[in-house]
Design a protein around this ligand. Structure first.
Ligand SMILES: Nc1ncnc2c1ncn2[C@@H]1O[C@H](COP(=O)(O)OP(=O)(O)O)[C@@H](O)[C@H]1O
Ligand SMILES: NC(=O)OP(=O)(O)O
Length: 310
């Protein structure tokens, strides 16, 4: 057995400006080249991924075609649909890349139900941005029909949906069995399908994939938790003249920076909170926030990205 590494894939690993299936598949072929390096280095890879842009686009498609004979699907089903589509593209790309490198490993995508608390206050306060970026005027127009839109970290206005915290992952032990059987897994896509109660009732929400991935990393007892995103490092004073790159950082230091407001809600903040949880729950282990392109350096045993420890 190698080291268990949970890798949470951010948006740019899947989707750039072109939301077509072909472009997303091509992005994931490139992403797989980096991920296979981790496999080549002897790690047991446990992949998760986001779905914010995709599930928002799917909701728009549902609304556009909605009729009595072809009803729009609810949000939990849309999350499941994006787990299926992205899981297919990624599984396909990973299988091909492993075969190219003559690595004899199976890849399996696990449809994942993630348990949330039905009384989570997030149900009354939509906060998770999904779908395309709109201008303020476009958002104002959309809000007339009752949807909520918020400004997303300086990048435009996006629809927001409830995003409760994950409390458990229904398929965690199945995922662990697959990992222990040398299978590369893809799970918790789009944060997982949100379900409540013992009967696993689906609820309309989108769980943050950084929090779901952290929960998965705890449950499979991962050695390392990596969050891949659009930047090589986390910064304080990000985007300002006096920005400073964080390399090795403790939970206490990050908590202080968080209090000082260095991390944008809806973008870097959930990653910081997920990394803090992993380091707190696994004091001997480390969480890493970095870019896909930086992964190659990890293979050469270089310290990469922002490393968070207790
Ligand atoms: N303090 C910060 N340090 C680095 N990046 C930050 C910071 N605050 C906000 N960001 C922005 O957050 C982005 C990551 O969030 P986002 O793009 O929403 O994540 P994802 O990769 O999961 O889709 C970075 O690419 C960067 O533009
Ligand atoms: N579900 C989720 O967190 O997706 P993004 O990472 O794409 O926002």
């Amino acid at each position: 057995m190698g080291k268990k590494v949970v890798v949470a894939l951010g948006g740019n690993a899947i989707l750039s400006d072109d939301a077509s299936a072909k472009a997303q598949q091509e992005a994931l072929v490139q992403t797989s080249k980096y991920l296979v390096q981790l496999v080549q280095a002897g790690n047991d890879l446990i992949i998760s991924h986001g779905n914010g842009p995709q599930v928002g686009n799917l909701l728009l498609q549902q609304q556009a075609a909605n009729s009595e004979k072809n009803p729009a699907m609810p949000l939990d089903t849309c999350v499941a649909m994006t787990q299926g589509s992205i899981g297919y593209w990624l599984s396909n790309a990973m299988s091909n890349e492993l075969a190219k490198k003559e690595i004899d490993k199976q890849v399996a995508t696990v449809l994942t139900q993630v348990v949330v608390d039905e009384n989570d206050p997030a149900f009354k306060n939509p906060s998770k941005p999904v779908g395309p970026f709109l201008t303020k005027e476009e958002a104002d127009e959309e809000m007339k029909s009752g949807a909520t839109f918020k400004e997303d970290a300086g990048r435009g206005w996006r629809k927001v949906v409830p995003s409760p915290k994950p409390t458990d992952i229904h398929e965690a032990s199945t995922i662990n069995k697959l990992v222990n059987s040398d299978v590369v897994t893809i799970s918790c896509g789009g944060g997982g399908i949100p379900v409540v109660g013992k009967s696993l009732q689906g609820v309309e929400a989108v769980i943050d994939k950084d929090f779901a991935s952290e929960k998965l990393a705890d449950l499979v007892q991962a050695d390392t938790f990596i969050i891949l995103t659009g930047v090589d490092n986390v910064y304080i004073n990000y985007g300002k003249e006096n920005e400073k790159k964080l390399e090795q950082v403790t939970v206490a230091e990050l908590e202080e920076y968080k209090e000082q407001g260095h991390f944008a809600p809806g973008s870097m903040l959930p990653k910081i909170e997920a990394a803090i949880s992993f380091a707190n729950n696994n004091p001997e282990k480390q969480a890493i926030i970095t870019s896909l392109e930086n992964l190659g350096k990890m293979e050469q045993n270089e310290t990469i990205g922002t490393v968070i420890t207790k």
